[in-house]
Design a protein around this ligand. Structure first.
Ligand SMILES: Nc1ncnc2c1ncn2[C@@H]1O[C@H](COP(=O)(O)OP(=O)(O)OP(=O)(O)O)[C@@H](O)[C@H]1O
Length: 354
């Protein structure tokens, strides 16, 4: 039984005791006082062994912050992160280093994520240092094996990142993530900085490695199209909050939240009428910033907005079809045809939302 089937708690999703990763009520702030930004606000999600969960949302919605909090690169203000039954929310020092063998992240930009002063071999050895049970004499063979797994020659170990193309560098970053046999990899838009022609190759590589090694992925992307085929479940994020989550096929075929519908409409659609509808749905960030904090964050961009949306934060509730959605009107909205992008244009409701 999936966490969606069991019904949500107040944070939107019940803790799944079989999950490898459980994130509950996560809050992350940047800065302090009046200038503080709450980048992640009460987010819950889980990833089961061998599962891929897609985390989607537009730029600034908090996706990378969630990924960085999970691998310990960003401090957590509130909530809990459990990995393989252990609370790792505030793990630091030696324990965090040990965890880094099992819990890895692949970053968006392979140009900045690899140390240019280190050989590829030296970079790949680093995660192995966290696995104290591995004999140091075995390390060169494990580095060679990781390089071969990602389609690179073992001789790459003696070269520097600058001697490789962008696609090859991302393969090196993936090899670094895999060399110490992790159980979960946070993939933060791992193909979006690459040429289109290379993107499919790297996506296929990630899928093959998952099947071969039984990995779990939290796969971060801007749009649903990228994660649709790779993910079993999808979590849709908007301005630090979960708007919808559920099985990937369901979220894509029957999006219950107006924001998910808009995201699907924004995916590349080879139809000139759809492109015009998209242009009409330009974001109104300024209006959103004026909303009271206890409101639906999407209210100022929503074509279905009512007064109540501006007075309370909609709780995540189960839909009839088995997803979770944070929308007061999801029952009425039902399923505006995901195939009719013109239905997703968003007229100006910025006044109504204030
Ligand atoms: N180091 C930081 N200091 C201050 N604010 C930050 C910092 N990093 C991110 N933010 C803010 O936190 C919010 C979430 O950012 P985050 O990078 O997690 O979003 P994202 O969904 O991953 O965006 P993108 O797709 O562009 O990477 C944004 O408002 C961003 O400006």
């Amino acid at each position: 039984m999936s966490s969606e089937e069991r019904g949500p708690d107040e944070a939107g999703e019940t803790e799944d005791h079989r999950a490898l990763l459980n994130v509950r009520g996560l809050r992350v702030d940047y800065g302090r006082g009046r200038g503080a930004v709450r980048a992640v606000d009460d987010v819950s999600l889980s990833v089961a062994p061998g599962e891929t969960v897609g985390l989607v949302g537009e730029s600034g919605s908090g996706k990378s912050t969630i990924g960085r909090a999970i691998v310990g690169l960003t401090p957590v203000a509130d909530g809990a992160i459990t990995f393989d039954g252990e609370d790792i929310t505030h793990a630091r020092g030696g324990r965090r280093r040990e965890l880094s063998a099992s819990l890895q992240m692949v970053f968006q930009d392979p140009y900045s994520s690899l140390n240019p002063a280190k050989t590829v071999g030296a970079t790949l050895v680093e995660p192995l240092l966290a696995r104290r049970e591995i004999d140091p004499r075995e390390r060169p063979a494990l580095v060679r094996q990781a390089l071969e797994r990602v389609g690179l020659a073992p001789e790459a170990a003696g070269r520097y990142p600058a001697q490789f193309s962008g696609g090859q560098r991302q393969r090196i970053a993936i090899a670094r993530a895999l060399v110490a046999s992790p159980r979960l990899v946070v993939c933060d838009e791992p193909v979006s900085a690459l040429d289109l022609s290379i993107q499919a190759q790297v996506m296929n590589l990630l899928a093959d490695l998952q099947a071969e090694l039984g990995l779990s992925y939290l796969f971060i992307a801007h749009d649903l199209g990228v994660v649709r085929y790779l993910s079993q479940r999808i979590v849709v994020l908007y301005r630090g909050q979960v708007m919808e989550s559920g099985p990937a096929s369901l979220v894509y075929a029957r999006p219950a939240h107006p924001y998910t519908q808009a995201l699907i409409a924004a995916a590349p659609i080879p139809d000139p009428k759809a492109a015009r509808a998209r242009a009409a749905a330009a974001p109104r960030e300024q209006a959103e910033r004026n909303l009271p904090s206890e409101s639906c964050r999407f209210a100022s961009r929503c074509r279905y907005v009512i007064d109540a949306c501006t007075r309370q934060r909609p709780p995540l509730v189960p839909t009839q079809s088995g997803a979770l959605v944070a929308c007061l009107r999801h029952d009425e909205i039902g399923n505006p045809a995901a195939t009719d992008p013109a239905a997703h244009s968003q007229p100006d409701h910025s006044n109504a939302a204030r």
